[in-house]
Design a binder for this molecule. Structure first.
Ligand code: PGA
Ligand code: ZN
Length: 425
C-alpha cells in the first residue's frame, strides 16, 4: 500500500519549474515521476496549474500543485494499493471534480499517477514496460527524431515547428538511433558549411534561420543521402507544422514565408511537399478548430500519409471519438500530460487502436530526465515514439532507455520499422 506521497518543484529542460512526485510503498519501493510541459499547447488540454506569483519563477511556480500533492492527494491515497492504478487515478479525478483537472492541476495528478505505477512496478520487481504492457510487450517503436526546429520551439523564421527523420529501414531500435545520430551530425556540417547557425532549439534539433519548409526538407534529404542512406527507404521524413499556432481568421498565415494560404491552398501546399519529398507522416497538418480542413486533407492525402492529430485530440478520448466518427485523421499523438493520468492515457490508446488509428507516444517540448514515455511506448506496442533530436539529455534519455529495453528483451525484441507507420501502399 502507499505510505507516503511527496511532491516537489524541480526544473524542466527550459529551466522552468515543474512537479516531481515520489510515491513510497509499505515494502520500501519507490516510484518517482516528473511532469513535462508544452509550449504549443492545445486549447483543450488538461490544466497545467501555475501559481502566477510574479515574484517567483516569473509566475511559473508550481507550488500550488505541489501543495495539492502533499496535502489532499496524499491524504486520500495513503493506504490505497498502488497496484490499483484505476482507483488511484479515479480518486484524484473525483477529488479534483472539474472536467479539465483545473482545481488540483493536471501536473499534480499526472505526477502522482506516473509515480504510482512506477512504484508498483518496482514492488513487483518487473520493468515498467512489462508491468504496464504484460508479458507480450516487446515492440520497440520507430523514433521520429526532430532534427530541425522551428515555430514556437525556435527563434527562427520557419513557420513549421518540426522536421523529423524516422529510420523505418533500421534492423532494430539501436540501429535506428545510430542512423539518426549519423544524419544529425551530417546535417550539422551541411548547415555550418552553408553558413547557418548550428545552435539547437527546445527539442535539440538545429534551429537555422531558414525561411521555407522546402529549404528545411531539402537540407534533411541531402543529409540522409550524404550519410549513405536512401530517403524514403531507410529513413522517411515526418513533419509537425503545428498549424494551430498560425491559423488565424480561417487562413493559414505563414508569417516567416510572408504568405497567407486559404485552407484549400494550405492543403494543396502540403500535398506538394509530400509529392516532392518522402514525407510519410504529418502531425497537426490542420489546426485544432479547422475540422473542415482536416476532412479535406484526409481526402487529399489520407491514403498516402499518416495524418496525426495532436492539438485537435489532446489525448482526450471524447475528442478522439468525435474525430473517429467524422473521419478527420488516421493517427493520434499521445501526450500523458494533455489528459493528466495514466489510466485515461491508456484508454485513449486503446480506443485509437480499436478504430484502426496508429498511435505515436510523445514527449513535450519542455521535458525532464524522466523516461516513462519510453516504457509506455513499448507497453502499448504503439510502434512509434516522438521524443526529439539526437542531442540534449532530456531527449536522448528516452532513446537510451529504449536501448536498454531492447537489450533486456534480447531475441524477443521486435522493431516496428516500416509497419509502425500508417502507410497503406
Ligand atoms: P509542445 O509541442 O510540447 O510545445 O506542445 C510538441 C508538439 O506540438 O508536438
Ligand atoms: Zn504537435
Amino acid at each position: 500500500a502507499i505510505t507516503r506521497v511527496v511532491g516537489r518543484e524541480v526544473l524542466d529542460s527550459r529551466g522552468n519549474p515543474t512537479v516531481e512526485v515520489d510515491v513510497h510503498l509499505q515494502d520500501g519501493s519507490l516510484g518517482r515521476a516528473a511532469v513535462p510541459s508544452g509550449a504549443s499547447t492545445g486549447a483543450n488540454e488538461a490544466v497545467e496549474l501555475r501559481d502566477g506569483e510574479a515574484k517567483r519563477f516569473h509566475g511559473k511556480g508550481v507550488r500550488t500543485a505541489v501543495e495539492a500533492v502533499n496535502g489532499v492527494i496524499a491524504d486520500a491515497l495513503v493506504g490505497v494499493e498502488a497496484e490499483n492504478q484505476a482507483l488511484v487515478d479515479e480518486v484524484m479525478i473525483s477529488l479534483d471534480g472539474t472536467p479539465n483537472k483545473g482545481k488540483l492541476g493536471a501536473n499534480a495528478i499526472l505526477g502522482v499517477s506516473l509515480a504510482t505505477v512506477k512504484a508498483a512496478a518496482a514492488a513487483h520487481r518487473v520493468p515498467l514496460y512489462r508491468y504496464v504492457g504484460g508479458a507480450g510487450a516487446r515492440l520497440l517503436p520507430v523514433p521520429m527524431m526532430n532534427i530541425i526546429n522551428g515555430g514556437a520551439h525556435a527563434n527562427n523564421a520557419l513557420d513549421f515547428q518540426e522536421f523529423m527523420i524516422a529510420p523505418i529501414g533500421a534492423e532494430n531500435f539501436f540501429e535506428a538511433v545510430r542512423m539518426g545520430s549519423e544524419v544529425f551530425h551530417t546535417l550539422r556540417k551541411s548547415l555550418s558549411d552553408a553558413g547557418h547557425s548550428t545552435g539547437v532549439g527546445d527539442e535539440g534539433g538545429f534551429a537555422p534561420n531558414l525561411r521555407t519548409s522546402d529549404e528545411a526538407l531539402q537540407f534533411v534529404v541531402d543529409a540522409i543521402e550524404k550519410t549513405g542512406y536512401t530517403p524514403g527507404e531507410d529513413i522517411t521524413l515526418v513533419m509537425d507544422p503545428a498549424t494551430s499556432e498560425f491559423f488565424k481568421d480561417g487562413v493559414y498565415d505563414y508569417a516567416g514565408e510572408g504568405v497567407k494560404r486559404s485552407v484549400e491552398e494550405h492543403a494543396q501546399y502540403l500535398a506538394g511537399l509530400v509529392s516532392r519529398y518522402p514525407v510519410a507522416s504529418i502531425e497537426d497538418a490542420m489546426a485544432e478548430d479547422d475540422f473542415e480542413g482536416w476532412k479535406l486533407l484526409m481526402e487529399v492525402l489520407g491514403d498516402k500519409c499518416q495524418l496525426t492529430g495532436d492539438d485537435v485530440f489532446c489525448t482526450n478520448v471524447d475528442r478522439l471519438n468525435d474525430g473517429i466518427r467524422d473521419g478527420i485523421a488516421n493517427s493520434i499523438l499521445v501526450k500523458v500530460n494533455q489528459i493528466g493520468s495514466l489510466t485515461e492515457t491508456l484508454t485513449t490508446v486503446d480506443t485509437a487502436h480499436k478504430a484502426g488509428y496508429t498511435v505515436v507516444m510523445s514527449h513535450r517540448s519542455g521535458e525532464t530526465e524522466d523516461t516513462t514515455i519510453a516504457d509506455l511506448a513499448v507497453a502499448t506496442g504503439c510502434g512509434q515514439i516522438k521524443t526529439g533530436s539526437l542531442s540534449r539529455s532530456d531527449r536522448t534519455a528516452k532513446y537510451n532507455q529504449l536501448i536498454r529495453i531492447e537489450e533486456e528483451l534480447g531475441s524477443q525484441a521486435r522493431y516496428a520499422g516500416r509497419s509502425g507507420l500508417y502507410v497503406r501502399s
